[in-house]
Design a protein around this ligand. Structure first.
Ligand code: CO8
Length: 260
């Protein structure tokens, strides 16, 4: 089924997913969230896709948050359902099992910052503004932003960002670990594609387990997480890609990983 609010493009094994509501700075309404859920599931199950880039349409905004028109009329029940639905979609992104790169081309506010944080890696344009301004609307982040932000940048910085609602620039976001890298706006997509190209030839099963070990391991006690890591390590030892990677090293050639 085609999408009304997303663009999905494929470049070899890299998929580029663009939130496409530039007139409202790519705000996420319920229909867009639902399309994101469909698109992400499609990408998860497509073995031809090894890396995903997520960005926003237009020059100005990545995603300016949840659609405030919908928030303005929410009830306690619909607000709870909305938050759970958003959390579910972001959880699918975080645990897609392949790297998802957020190419933050402008405003990443509220739900937009939350979506970027659910991605595996974040590259920001130098002019990007990032934050959790929900407090200005009398609400709080509802797509797990309080949790992911505190885990990414620490409790003190998360509390400051969420309580003040003041967005920060890309350089500051890089300094506190909210984004991995800042690049000139004109080079954002080239850099995102370059990073995707570097990842796309890696062993897919090892990448999936690395994402899994870090995502799930962080939620476990340290000793338990180490056992989990060892189990995944044991599993990856059964793959053709492990045999290829180790053999290629010993034969002094570049490994060719097939995903088996
Ligand atoms: N929702 C709906 N419309 C929006 C949104 C939004 N989040 N952001 C911008 N727009 C619309 C504007 O209303 C405007 O529409 P129109 O042209 O019809 O007036 C258009 O986009 C362009 O925006 P501006 O004219 O405001 O552009 P500026 O360059 O002047 O300002 C800003 C850009 C600073 C980004 C400004 O638009 C802004 O502050 N936007 C709102 C940002 C925000 O508060 N985001 C957080 C939303 S809350 C949230 O994300 C909670 C997520 C969890 C929900 C949990 C479920 C309950």
């Amino acid at each position: 089924m085609p999408f009304d609010n997303l663009l999905l493009e494929r470049d070899g094994a890299v998929a580029i997913l663009t939130v496409n509501r530039p007139k409202v700075l790519n705000a996420l309404n319920a229909a867009t969230l639902d399309e994101l859920r469909r698109a992400v599931l499609e990408l998860k199950h497509d073995d031809g896709v090894r890396v995903v880039i997520v960005t926003g349409a237009g020059e100005k905004s990545f995603i300016a948050g949840a659609d405030i028109n919908e928030l303005a009329v929410q009830t306690p029940t619909s607000g709870r359902e909305h938050a759970l639905r958003g959390q579910h979609v972001l959880d699918l992104i975080e645990n897609l099992g392949k790297p998802v790169i957020a190419a933050i081309n402008g405003y990443a506010l509220g739900g937009g910052c939350e979506l970027a944080m659910a991605c595996t890696l974040r590259i920001a344009a130098d002019a990007a503004r990032i934050g959790q301004p929900e407090i200005n609307l009398g609400i709080l982040p509802g797509y797990a932003g309080t949790q992911r932000l505190a885990r990414l940048v620490g409790k003190g910085r998360a509390l400051e960002l969420v309580l003040t609602g003041a967005p920060i620039g890309a350089a500051e976001a890089e300094r506190i670990g909210l984004v991995n890298r800042v690049v000139p706006a004109a080079e954002l997509m080239t850099e995102a594609r370059k990073l995707a190209a570097a990842l796309v030839t890696n062993a897919p099963i090892a990448m999936r387990y690395i994402i899994n070990a870090i995502n799930k391991g962080l939620e476990m006690p340290f000793a338990e997480a180490c056992v989990f890591e060892a189990t995944l390590f044991g599993l990856v030892a059964s793959t053709d890609d492990m045999r290829e990677g180790t053999r290629a090293f010993l034969e002094k050639r570049k490994a060719v990983f097939k995903g088996g």
